[in-house]
Ligand binder design. Structure first.
Ligand code: ZN
Length: 242
């Protein structure tokens, strides 16, 4: 959800469903980006914005049933029944992700809209409920984009690379922090084209498409995180950032 307040030199304050909104200055006003959890039940959410020195403004959002799809996938058994060594490796990966996602939010490092890391058919949607080998159930917190090994993958907007790592499940992974607690992550790459700490600009190639990690074939898994929550990258692409 992107809340836009036009006019006013000073940042407003506000809440979405009782949680504080963080407004950042943009040309002509202020914007605040907020995520909603996938578990949210359909219903109305209150939005309150208090302009500096002004009276509170109220609005509401309607949450609809997302109708998540269910899919059956087959992967190598080591992914659903990992050995103790692989479990330890997955724990290290989890810790690395936690470190990457713990950046001070700060101001946005980007301006303007987000660009697709690759324009191709979507082969897996955000929120898909997946059964691996008829047992392990997970929800898919990203978007799968079709492609061939070696196809270039571009960062969706300006930011700083905060993780470049060979992970067990997500394969060769790049995470970019765009400031304001907004992250994009690129999974299953073949090659890396960036290093940790590097500033990147929208459209810059961060790596090449591949099939590393827990995959059934070559594709890009693209994740977007806002604060603590993974969100649908398709939603991010519909937002009109200044
Ligand atoms: Zn995926």
């Amino acid at each position: 959800v992107l809340v836009t307040v036009r006019g006013g030199a000073e940042a407003p304050t506000g809440t979405l469903a009782g949680r504080p909104l963080q407004f950042h200055a943009v040309p002509g006003g202020h914007q605040a980006l907020a995520a909603l959890p996938v578990e949210l039940s359909p219903g109305e959410l209150e939005v309150t914005v208090v302009p500096a020195g002004g009276a509170p403004l109220q609005s509401s959002l309607r949450v609809e049933d997302p109708k998540w799809r269910t899919r059956e996938l087959k992967v190598a058994r080591e992914f659903t029944e990992p050995s103790p060594e692989l479990k330890a490796r997955m724990d290290e990966d989890r810790a690395a992700f936690a470190r990457a996602f713990a950046q001070p939010p700060g101001a946005p490092l980007f301006s303007g809209e987000f660009a697709w890391p690759r324009k191709a058919a979507l082969t897996g949607r955000f929120g898909d409920r997946r059964t691996f080998n008829g047992q392990t159930q997970t929800q898919h917190y990203g978007l799968d984009i079709d492609g061939d090994e070696g196809d270039p993958i571009a960062t969706a907007n300006d930011g700083v690379v905060v993780m470049v790592r060979e992970c067990f499940a997500s394969g060769n992974t790049v995470v970019v922090h765009h400031g304001a607690g907004l992250y994009t992550a690129y999974f299953h790459l073949t090659e890396f084209r960036v290093q940790e700490g590097q500033r990147v600009a929208r459209g810059e190639v961060v790596g090449t498409l591949g099939k590393t990690g827990r995959v059934t074939g070559a594709h890009l898994h693209w994740s977007v995180k806002v604060g603590e929550l993974y969100v649908n990258p398709e939603s991010l692409m519909r937002l009109r950032f200044f």
